[in-house]
Design a protein around this ligand. Sequence first.
Ligand code: NAD
Ligand code: DAU
Length: 362
Amino acid sequence: MANWLVTGGAGFIGTNFIHHILSIRQDVTVVNFDLLTYAGNPDGLSMYAGNPRYRFIKGDICDRKQVDAALRDNCIDTIVHFAAESHVDRSILGPMRFVMTNVNGTATLLDAARDYWGREGKDIPGEKRFHHISTDEVFGSLKPDEPAWTEASPYMPNSPYAASKAGSDHLVRAYGHTYGLPVTISNCSNNYGPYQFPEKLIPLVILNAVNGKPLPVYGDGQQIRDWLYVEDHCEAIRLILEKGKPGETYNIGGMNQPANLTIVKTICSLLDELVPDPSFCPHEKLITYVQDRPGHDRRYAMDSTKIKRELGWSPKYTLETGLRKTVEWYLANQDFVQKLTDRSDFKNWMDENYTERGGSSK
Ligand code: NAD
Ligand code: DAU
């Protein structure tokens, strides 16, 4: 059995990744190490209670003692590092938590892995691997005619979130280079799909629309993201763990690059079809232009040629198939989502963010 420590496994991508791995890799045991911040929700994995191949530890990646114990007690040979503060808007209102978790937390994990695999854990059979999940936002913002980012593109992070992820990437690379820690990094574009926390654009728009609330579009809504269905991302990470070379970095993008406004309108049309409630149809009438995000990146696009060529990965979902599946999932899982949105920390955040943005900038 291989023993994998998945940090941040109660978050959006981590939850999807654990489902993916436990269903595809019968030879892997997963230890989910997560602090359960506002963004963490273990309910998405409750079906594994009592499963000998799954264990949950409530722990903080910034706490060296907790990390050491998690590695030692579970004979960990592979670390898949998702845990982070992930929301750009929150990083603008409060950057220090991002530096603490994303930079210090990653450094703590790296140092613990270096010690453990270099000393008592060195006799654990099988290959070791530290895989770090990062973002396309480290590359900054593209002009309309600039080519998509490759692994060789320079880092130019713009938001405190992006800068904290860039810092963590540099630390991972440095631990590989200096200490020979077997590291890989993936930089990925915007994910969407089941279990995403409803502060992010796609789940926020679905839930607001279903409830007849305004759909906030920042600025002119012409910003471009490279949308990737989360299951495709999980497959890419698994392939990197199975076949990727230590020391390498891989870009992962969805090849779906419509403007935000198009995404919002597509969700509205899907809801017109799936929830034809006459009081809210057409859902598009709920679109509300609000003040833009400060320093808002205009365009992201990833060149995934390397991971396609070297590992044979390509996304299976188009935006059409992925968005339909996502909308259907949120409609079928309203109880799960309601539990999150009922929490006072979520309500406070929504109030703070949208009061900050005012009613309408158009
Ligand atoms: P998320 O916010 O949904 O989940 C983050 C998880 O990390 C939560 O479960 C939270 O409880 C946990 N966590 C936070 N601080 C912790 C700490 N100190 N110790 C232990 N656990 C802690 O995030 P996500 O969207 O699933 O993103 C996961 C990773 O992927 C992040 O590193 C993010 O930067 C990266 N990423 C996300 C996207 C995206 O579109 N969501 C795209 C590219 C990269
Ligand atoms: O690009 C990868 C990144 O994607 C990840 O690294 C981050 O962890 C993840 O949160 C995501 O960042 P974004 O800032 O791109 O995601 P968000 O869903 O917050 O916003 C997507 C776009 O939609 C962005 O241009 C801002 C805009 N937006 C967002 C919200 C929440 C709106 O217009 N209205 C909204 O209410």
